[in-house]
Every structure is written in structure tokens, then in C-alpha cells.
Design a binder for this molecule. Structure first.
Ligand SMILES: [Zn+2]
Length: 502
């Protein structure tokens, strides 16, 4: 079998590894480390080989390893070395691409899970003479390269990386972050999240709450100023793909149609959808306006908007929001109806379109499905306005983002939602201790009904980036509400726990 490798010859060694440093960046602890004698010194690396099959399916892997080969003057070669060289080298490829990689995969001393490494798992063999990296898929190679880059950049690597064999894989396959979108000016910061920050935190799902900041064509009157364009979406989609990240667009449905004195464009342009059309225009006395789930035209109208976001991102999943719906059953059409029935109808109308017609996964905030009184939860993170029985009236294939930000000893909502048949994504915010306890409970219930963890941020991509960079202003913003708030710290902790499973 003919294989092709890129051969890159050392001139300057590893002296030019760029410092894409993220303050306090987390390097995950691999699940299996079989330590051996000696170290691999990055100063001695002389050649890098990358499997051609890997490059064919994921050509951007070469971009990925640029930090490793920067400074090496390379020449492409079709010659596979008969035997691998004596000089310290790096070999990256799928198991089928070299006998040494096949042997690494077949090493029976690794106690892998029965399901194997999974799509994101990888194996490393580090000796003073070589580093072999293999995985069952390009994603696994991607995470293995990330691990290597982070190890080589770390302070501890100055004297070399300790030798040994390493196996690592993701505990939770779904590891996400949710951001707000406030207009096109946010795009460069989303690029940074996708290319610099999320990969290094092992995050693979980005929920962008776009709402009306999109260049809608079906109902152009609802497009907010400075909206996201289709070209932007294509660009972000391509960046996401290269970094094995899925973008999940979000339109907050039903509730949250206003914030403070500002009413969102749907209800300013279509007051006929307003659940409380006679409420004060400046929203005095209201938390957030809602749209009326009983209006005969609302379902089709919103489906049109969802379709445009799904098409622009080629999205395989969609988040409909629907948290904190307080105004329900107020208008003449809805009055007298059971709030749970009204809420369930709104959810199921969306489900019929998103899952039934568009075949995308549907995500929903969980608070309206939880009984705040029975579960002793507040009226924000759970419902005290009669919507909780909707838990038995909506489709079970909806993924519930169960958000809690406080510090209870237990988080019974996860098991409760699972017992009602849902997949649950625990969703934390800006208190590290809360994330630790919440995800601690979640990890005990992991499995098909608990596929992941979501870091909510309630800020824009720029806010998240500044926070992760340690820019003080961003930190102070988060600390206004609670002196213990540490959004970047909480994001890192959640991401680390979700990958490591501990
Ligand atoms: Zn109504």
C-alpha cells in the first residue's frame, strides 16, 4: 500500500513555537499515563511525518500542527522511510497509515473503555527518539495535537516532555458554551472563540443566541440593526468545522421578547403577536414581554425565521430558548387556558417544524418544566406559574438545558428530567463552586441521557474572550453581582470536568 508523508527537515528546531497563551489555560490530565524513563526534548526534534490519509480527510490538520513545525524548513517527499529514522521525529497518523501506529493502537496494556477511544480519543507514545500520535478519526488526532502543543508550550516542558504512553478520550461527548450576539461587530471575537479558545478548552458546541440580529429575508422588518449575514455564517461555519465545533443557532422563543425598556423587533413590528399588547410601551412593571402561542400566525412566522438560521449555518441543531416565560395566559385568546398546555403547545409547534420537518435536534432551557415549589427552587430556575406539568406534554427527544447557578448540595432536577425521558445538559454559569457541585452530580448520571455540559456566559463573544484573556474590565463586570463570580474560571472548570470526567 502506497502511503504519502510530508517530510519536514529540521533547520531551527522547536525554538519558534508560538505562544498562543491563554491565561490560566487548562491542560487536561490524560486518563491513562504509563510513565517511562527519559524525556523527549523539543529542541532535538528533526522530522515530522503526517499520514496522507489523514491529510486527505482533514487537510487543515497541517494548519493545526503549524505551531509544531514552525521554524522547520520542510520539503514534501513521497518517500516513506523504510524504517523510521533514528533522529528524534514526530509521526502523526491514523492506525492504518503506519505499522508503528497500528502497534500503538493494539497495545493491550491500555485499559480502554468498552466503547473504545471514541471519536475524540487519541494515543501517544513518547520516547527520547520519537513521538507517535494516533487516533481512530481526525478529531482524535486534533485533540492529540492540541495536547502536544499545550504540553510543549507549558513551563514544565522546558526540560522536555516525560516519556511514556498516554491514552485519553472525552468523558462527555457534548461540551458547549452559550454566548449572546449583539451585532456583526461580534464576528471577529466569535472567530477567536472558534479558533483559539474553544479548541484549547476542548469545547465542541457553540450556541449563538442570535435572536433578531440576522439579515432575515422572509420577514425583513424584524431584522435588528447591524445583523449577521449569510456570508458571515458561512465563514463561521467553516472555521467551526476545521476546529471540530458545531454551531447551534438560537432564537429565544415566546418569552424574553423585551429587556428592560427595550422591546425586541418582533413585537415592535408585529404588535398583534404581543401577549400583553396593552402593557406600558416602556415595559414598566414587566420582566419580559412574551409572544402569544395561540395567535394563528405565530408558528409559521417563527418557523420562517428558524429556517433561515438553520440554512445559513447548515445547522444540525437549534436552540429555542424559552426560559423565564412569566407572561403566559394573559391575552383574550389564551385567558382561562392551562399555562402548561399553552407552554407545551408553543414547544410542540416548534418541535413539529424543527424536528419533524427540518430533522434538526431541538434544545430548550429547562426551567419552565420544573416545579419550583415542589423542588424548592426559585421562580427563575424553575416554574411557579403553572407551566411545570408541560414536562409530560412535550416531545421526549428534545434536549433540555437544565440551568442552575446557586449552591445547593444537590441538583435533583437532572435525575427528574432524565426520569421523564429527556436527555439533559447541566448548564452552569459563573460560580466555580456551583459548577463543581452541579457537574459533579451530572457526572454520576452520565450516559445517553446526559451527553454533556454547557457553560452559559450571558455575555457576548468579546466578553468571554476578554474574560479568558484575563482583561480586568471583563472580570469586574461579572463580579458586580457576586464577589465570588469568576466566569472565565467557571468556564475552564466546567470544560475540564466535562472532558476528564472528574
Ligand atoms: Zn395569547
Amino acid at each position: 500500500m502506497r502511503q504519502w508523508f510530508y517530510l519536514l527537515v529540521l533547520v531551527m528546531g522547536f525554538v519558534c513555537i508560538p505562544t498562543l497563551k491563554v491565561n490560566g489555560e487548562v491542560i487536561v490530565q490524560p486518563k491513562i499515563v504509563q510513565a517511562a524513563e527519559g524525556v523527549f526534548s523539543k529542541e532535538t526534534l528533526s522530522q515530522v511525518f503526517v499520514g496522507s490519509g489523514l491529510l486527505k480527510t482533514a487537510p487543515h490538520i497541517m494548519d493545526m500542527i503549524k505551531p509544531l513545525i514552525k521554524g522547520l524548513h520542510g520539503e514534501k517527499s513521497s518517500n516513506i522511510p523504510e524504517t523510521l529514522p533514528e533522529l528524534p521525529y514526530l509521526l502523526i497518523g491514523l492506525p492504518s497509515e503506519h505499522l508503528a501506529l497500528m502497534q500503538l493502537k493494539g497495545d493491550g496494556r491500555f485499559k480502554l473503555p468498552s466503547s473504545g477511544l471514541g471519536k475524540e480519543g487519541y494515543l501517544l507514545d513518547i520516547t527520547p527518539q520519537h513521538i507517535h500520535l494516533t487516533a481512530d478519526s481526525p478529531e482524535g488526532i486534533f485533540y492529540g495535537v492540541l495536547y502536544l502543543i499545550q504540553r510543549l508550550e507549558s513551563e514544565a516542558a522546558k526540560t522536555g516532555i516525560p516519556c511514556g504512553k498516554i491514552a485519553d478520550w472525552a468523558t462527555l461527548r457534548w461540551r458547549g458554551v452559550h454566548i449572546l450576539f449583539n451585532g456583526r461587530q461580534d464576528v471577529p471575537q466569535i472567530e477567536r472563540l472558534l479558533t483559539e479558545f474553544m479548541p484549547r478548552l476542548r469545547l465542541n458546541q457553540l450556541i449563538i443566541e442570535i435572536n433578531y440580529f440576522f439579515d432575515y429575508k422572509s420577514h425583513p422588518e424584524v431584522a435588528a440593526q447591524n445583523p449577521l449575514t449569510r456570508v458571515d455564517c458561512q465563514h463561521l461555519r467553516e472555521l467551526a468545522q476545521k476546529n471540530f465545533i458545531r454551531i447551534i443557532p438560537m432564537l429565544n422563543c415566546m418569552g424574553h421578547q423585551s429587556w428592560a425598556k427595550t422591546t425586541m423587533s418582533l413585537l415592535t413590528t408585529h404588535p398583534e403577536f404581543d401577549e400583553t399588547p396593552n402593557a406600558p410601551k416602556d415595559n414598566t412593571g414587566l420582566y419580559c414581554r412574551s409572544w402569544c402561542p395561540s395567535h394563528p400566525s405565530i408558528s409559521k412566522f417563527v418557523s420562517d425565521l428558524c429556517d433561515e438560521l438553520i440554512d445559513a449555518f447548515h445547522a444540525g441543531a437549534f436552540h429555542v430558548g424559552m426560559d423565564e416565560v412569566f407572561l403566559i395566559g394573559k391575552c383574550p385568546r389564551c385567558k382561562g387556558k392551562d399555562p402548561a398546555d399553552l407552554f407545551a403547545k408553543a414547544v410542540n409547534d416548534l418541535h413539529k417544524h424543527l424536528v419533524g420537518k427540518r430533522k434538526v435536534e431541538m434544545y430548550l432551557w429547562g426551567d419552565r418544566l420544573l416545579d419550583g415549589v415542589g423542588m424548592k427552587l426559585g421562580e427563575w430556575e424553575a416554574s411557579t406559574n403553572g407551566t411545570a406539568p408541560a414536562i409530560d406534554k412535550i416531545a421526549k427527544d428534545i434536549v433540555i438545558c437544565d440551568w442552575h447557578y446557586e449552591l445547593p448540595d444537590d441538583f435533583p432536577s437532572i435525575a427528574h428530567l432524565q426520569q421523564h425521558g429527556f436527555r439533559v445538559i447541566p448548564s452552569g454559569w459563573n460560580l466555580k463552586e456551583s459548577v463543581k457541585r452541579f457537574l459533579g452530580v451530572g457526572l454520576k448520571l452520565q450516559g445517553a441521557k446526559l451527553p454533556g455540559y454547557l457553560a452559559t456566559t450571558w455575555t457576548s463573544a468579546g466578553g468571554v474572550v476578554e474574560g479568558l484573556l484575563g482583561v480586568k474590565a471583563a472580570r469586574e463586570e461579572g463580579e458586580k453581582e457576586n464577589k465570588n463570580a469568576d466566569l472565565p474560571g467557571a468556564i475552564r472548570l466546567g470544560a475540564k470536568m466535562a472532558w476528564e470526567g472528574r
